[in-house]
Structures are given as structure tokens and as C-alpha cells.
Design a protein around this ligand. Structure first.
Ligand code: AMP
Ligand code: MN
Ligand code: MN
Length: 320
């Protein structure tokens, strides 16, 4: 897709829907609201924003995020002129919204995951971009669309969260150039960092402490992993997103090459988050029909957590 296709599809659309991914993070939510605002301000159309579940409390500061709806608020046979997937590594990551996306007349896919297969009629996949927000910033600038403080805040949130605060390998000179421009547009970097990194609910930090205390280490401590059960979550009244950040904390340990968090979703289904320093964990995730980036990937294994753990460890060992 070239940038002119973006404009053409928006101009021609009667109605537009934008999808974020399940277990939403700062990139998918920040990019979604930035797109919403750019379309509203420049093309005088108001897209519908769809979230796949609860919005984590820390991202509720994002401008207009309260206007986002869950898929069930959209009538069952609704056909949108244009559907945009943002930061969606694979089509099914839109959750129950996937069916609405599939029905749209024109489907657009804007993403930076290298495992994205280019689903949709128009796709803009740039794996070298640190975040979907970086892709949007380039496009908005190239198209001469005006970026106000609210849009800048949203794009900055995408970038600062997907780069782990400008620390991950995906942080490039370009990332800093864009961040610098966004600060010139009015972003208060300290304020956004406080919202994203220092506004966690107390049970979230306690869950992390608990999960780290229960961590296990294998292969000369190159593998660091922990299992979080439904019971662990219930004990701390934890919401789904409270496990965010635990896998990153396991990677912080000097010896860790591959960090994994296994989370019991049901008695037969386990969600896996993978992080690494050198190993391409997107390949490990792909072995279980997941995907992601080289150093941050995920998958869901349709097995009880203990069996999923054994299968995952076996796969990880192949890459050490
Ligand atoms: P997470 O550990 O859930 O934060 O995910 C890490 C990265 O992998 C993110 O960029 C996700 O978009 C991606 N990812 C997670 N799960 C999947 C999956 N099942 N399929 C494709 N990509 C995934
Ligand atoms: Mn994401
Ligand atoms: Mn992203």
C-alpha cells in the first residue's frame, strides 16, 4: 500500500472501523486513537474504534480512548466500507472483531510485526519500525496531515511503550528523531512515562513479585520462566493485563537468554509470552502458531499449563 491508497480509501469510505489487538498494549491503543483523531480532524469522518476486551487502566489517559467499543456493540450484520487493523500481527489477533473486519468492503492492515502475512486488501508492513506509531507518524508527515498535541501524545505512547522506554533493540536513530518531533508538538515525555510505567495498580506489582518468586531456571539459567495460574490471578483479584511486564523482569536477569511467562487461560489453554536477548523467539512462538518480533513474541498453546510448559521448554532448548 502506498500513502495515496490510505487517503483514497478514507475519502471514499462511508464508514470506517479501526481494530486494536487482544490483550491491548500501548502501541495498538495509541496508534488506534491517533488514527481516529487524524481521520476525524482531516477527513471529517468519525471512525468506530474497537477494543477486544478491557482497556488496561494505565492507558485510560489516552485521548478519546473512552469512545472505543467492544465488538458486541456493533450490529451482527454490519458491513463497514473500510476496516483498518493496527498493530495486528495476525488476523485472529482482532479476537471476535475478526468477523467484522472480514466483512468490510476494503480491508487495510498497518503493522510492524515481521511475522505479519499481509492479510487484507491493502497492507503496510514495516518490520524495521519500532512500533505501529512510528509507521503512522511517517505517513501523517508525508501526507502533510496536521499533528496536534493529542495525536502527538498518542503516537508518543505507542513508541515509548513498544521500545520499553527507548531501551529495546528496535530503538533506532529514526525513533529518537520522531520522539524529538513529538516533544516539539507538545508531548511531556515525563508525564507520558509516568502514566505508562509508574501508574500500575498495586495488585499488579504484587502479582509480579509473586510470579518472580515462583520463577524456575534451566540450562545454566539461560531459560527463566514462571507459571501463573487462574488461582494466582484470583488470589490477588488480578485483571487480565496485570501479567504485563513480568516476562520483561525475567529477561533483566544477567544470565537470561530466553524468558517465558505461561499463563493459564482455561484448564485446556495456556497463553505464552516470550522475550529474549539474542534468540529469535518469534520462531519459537511460530512453532505453536503464534508470532511476533525477534525478541518479543507470543502464542497460545491449547494444552493444560503443565503440558504446555514441557512442550515450550523442549522447543526453547532447540534454540540455545
Ligand atoms: P505479548 O507477550 O503478549 O506482549 O506479545 C509479544 C509480541 O508478540 C507482541 O508484539 C504481540 O503482538 C506478539 N504476539 C503475541 N501473541 C501472538 C500470537 N498468538 N500471534 C502472533 N503474534 C503474537
Ligand atoms: Mn502490540
Ligand atoms: Mn507494536
Amino acid at each position: 500500500m502506498n500513502y495515496q491508497d490510505f487517503t483514497k480509501n478514507i475519502v471514499e469510505a462511508d464508514d470506517i472501523v479501526i481494530f486494536s489487538h487482544v490483550n491491548p498494549d500501548g502501541d495498538t491503543l495509541g496508534s488506534m486513537v491517533a488514527l481516529y483523531q487524524i481521520i476525524k480532524n482531516n477527513y471529517k469522518k468519525e471512525p468506530v474504534m474497537v477494543v477486544a476486551g478491557d482497556i488496561p487502566d494505565i492507558y485510560k489517559f489516552l485521548p478519546d480512548i473512552s469512545k472505543a467499543v467492544t465488538f458486541d456493540k456493533i450490529s451482527k450484520d454490519k458491513v463497514f466500507s473500510l476496516a483498518i487493523a493496527i498493530d495486528i500481527a495476525a488476523k485472529d489477533r482482532m479476537g471476535m472483531g475478526t468477523a467484522i473486519f472480514d466483512r468490510a468492503k476494503v480491508k487495510m492492515n498497518i503493522d510492524h510485526h515481521k511475522t505479519n502475512n499481509g492479510f487484507g486488501d491493502y497492507s503496510l508492513i514495516r518490520p524495521e519500525a519500532c512500533s505501529a506509531g512510528e509507521i503512522l507518524f511517517d505517513m501523517f508527515e508525508e501526507l502533510g496531515l496536521s499533528i496536534n498535541k493529542e495525536i502527538a501524545d498518542s503516537l508518543y505512547t505507542s513508541i515509548v511503550t513498544d521500545t520499553g522506554g527507548f531501551r529495546f533493540e528496535n530503538t533506532t536513530a529514526k525513533t529518537f528523531q520522531i520522539a524529538s518531533k513529538l516533544v516539539e508538538y507538545g508531548v511531556h515525555a515525563g508525564e507520558i512515562a509516568r502514566y505508562c510505567f509508574e501508574s500500575k495498580p498495586k495488585p499488579m506489582v504484587l502479582l509480579q513479585a509473586n510470579a518472580l518468586m515462583n520463577a524456575e531456571f534451566l540450562e545454566n539459567e539461560k531459560i527463566a520462566y514462571t507459571c501463573i495460574t487462574i488461582a494466582d490471578m484470583a488470589q490477588l483479584h488480578a485483571k487480565e493485563d496485570y501479567t504485563e511486564g513480568i516476562v520483561g523482569a525475567l529477561r533483566q536477569i544477567k544470565t537470561t537468554e530466553v524468558a517465558a511467562v505461561l499463563k493459564e487461560v482455561t484448564s485446556q489453554s495456556t497463553k505464552v509470552s516470550l522475550r529474549s536477548k539474542h534468540v529469535d523467539v518469534s520462531k519459537i512462538a511460530a512453532a505453536f502458531n503464534g508470532g511476533g518480533h525477534a525478541f518479543a513474541a507470543g502464542c497460545t498453546i491449547q494444552k493444560p499449563i503443565q503440558i504446555a510448559k514441557d512442550k515450550l521448554i523442549e522447543e526453547i532448548k532447540k534454540y540455545l
